[in-house]
Design a protein around this ligand. Structure first.
Ligand SMILES: N[C@@H](CCC(=O)N[C@@H](CS)C(=O)NCC(=O)O)C(=O)O
Length: 213
């Protein structure tokens, strides 16, 4: 099996779910610090002028969720049935809705951010379709260990990673309001491949380029 190479900045960022998928699937990866000049000017390697970019044998692609879906197929993390795969896909989009809110979070806006996207009383409010409770609903309905079916999927890794990011910022609130999410986070972090990766030097220190990172 070919070894994927991830071209990205030296942060976790949008590469982190990709790395988690590879290690959860029993694989390994290399990383290359992206050449920003090339990223901005080479439309065939970087069609959208952005990274991450994944090179894996003949496969060369960008857009993190497209890469995540490719890796999910490669490492059998896409769900077992058509029904499961549809829900996995839907949850990935649900996490993405929250991520696009998160990437612009600033210190001064933390309180409003929590109220809008995490406070259980605001699920019926205007939030751009992004609320942690919406995601947790799937997790609890499925028993709490995995979001979909009875095995790890890429949807779990997306939810794990967005939870991990928010734990840095809202640890106490998350523990109090979403204990099932904390239990899920611990469960996924202990899975083979993931556990070793998280303890290894390959797990980069910098979460992202966000000022809260
Ligand atoms: N929709 C894209 C977004 C990619 C993105 O925002 N990439 C950022 C880094 S996380 C980037 O390349 N920023 C530099 C730039 O846009 O010039 C994806 O999911 O891959």
């Amino acid at each position: 099996m070919s070894k994927p190479v991830i071209h990205y900045f030296p942060i976790r960022g949008r590469a982190e779910v990709l790395k988690l998928a590879i290690v959860a699937g029993g694989g390994d990866f290399d990383t290359v610090d992206v050449n920003y000049q090339e990223q901005k000017t080479n439309r065939s390697l970087y069609p959208f002028g952005q990274c991450p970019r994944l090179v894996d044998g003949d496969i060369d692609l960008v857009q993190s969720n497209s890469i995540a879906r490719y890796l999910a197929r490669k490492y059998s993390l896409q769900g077992k049935t058509e029904q499961e795969q549809c829900v996995v896909d839907m949850l990935m989009e649900g996490v993405e809705s929250l991520r696009v809110k998160y990437v612009n979070l600033e210190e001064a806006a933390k309180e409003v951010y929590w109220k809008t996207y995490f406070d259980k009383s605001t699920t019926e409010g205007r939030n751009g379709g992004a609320h942690m409770q919406y995601l947790v609903n799937f997790l609890t309905a499925n028993g709490g260990q995995f979001c979909v079916g009875d095995a790890l999927t890429i949807a779990d890794l997306c939810l794990w990673e967005i939870t991990d990011l928010h734990l840095r910022i809202f640890e106490e609130q998350l523990k109090e309001v979403y204990p099932e999410l904390i239990a899920f986070h611990e469960h996924i972090a202990g899975l083979p491949g993931i556990k070793e990766y998280l303890a290894s030097p390959k797990r980069l220190a910098a979460p992202n380029a966000n000022s809260l990172g």
